[in-house]
Design a protein around this ligand. Sequence first.
Ligand code: 13P
Length: 327
Amino acid sequence: MVAPGKGILAADESSPTIKKRFDSIGVESTEQNRRTYRQMLFTTDGAEEFISGVILFDETLRQSTDDGIAFPKLLAEKGILPGIKVDKGAKALAGAEGEKVTEGLDGLRERLEEYRGLGARFAKWRAVITIGDGIPSDYCIDANAHALARYAALCVEGGIVPIVEPEVLMDGPHSIERCYEVTERTLCRVFDALYAQRVPLERTILKPNMVLSGNECPKQAGVREVAEATLHCFRRVVPAAVPGIVFLSGGQSDELATAHLNEMNKIAGGPWELSFSYGRALQAPPLKSWVGKPENIPSAQQAFYHRAQCNGAARSGSYSEEMESAT
Ligand code: 13P
């Protein structure tokens, strides 16, 4: 999952989220269109040079190519690990105005067993932490940390590698310092819960946000500052036993998400692999290029390959802006 030069494609958008993405390009979100779009990504020639795993949504795990090859099989044949989003989304947290807790633990042991049978080798659970006036509360962070750990423990028991994703949202006018403080507090509680619930960290992958300025903050931290703040924060709270950290992009532009990862790998020096598990930052260019037209599939695949290649280079700090113009 965290092999050198490679990272993870998050293609696990739930039905409402993929509808939002398709709305942005004027494509109707039908089962057929979703299948065609995902097939386009998964059959991109050479993407496996830079993609080690793909996170799928329940519907996608059960779909097949035009030739009838199940998506998990297609990916496995290319040497790509199929993964599955298993949470059921972030819902309003009772008694906590403006905060959310992720649901989906009921029946999870059985669902994991089924997913493993369908070819999934790893899973993902996303918790959402919002920064605002007086939030996040410890109550919200603890409720989410507890659920993340229960999910991870069930995954390990079922022979599936858990990706633990506590996402501190970048939405809002907050500063990078505030993001640092909330990210540190969140990760600290998440690792406490993982320890308490006996989750072996050696078999767990962390998928966090980077430490960034809020997207409405008038003072935006530069690439070097983001890389340094993120590494400084993580060195305080992420145990060395964790084999890899795969960042989400969270609404950053595709080029900035790559530049941030690259800068971190230029500084890094361990103890973890620093990689990507991007959704929007890998899919924005192919989505825009495709716009639902079959004749655009080659150019859309080229756009996807290029983003994967840039992020593959960022894994070793060897990405450069010149790579962007070399499409
Ligand atoms: P983004 O990279 O678009 O944030 O998506 C990653 C993801 O899997 C969110 O859960």
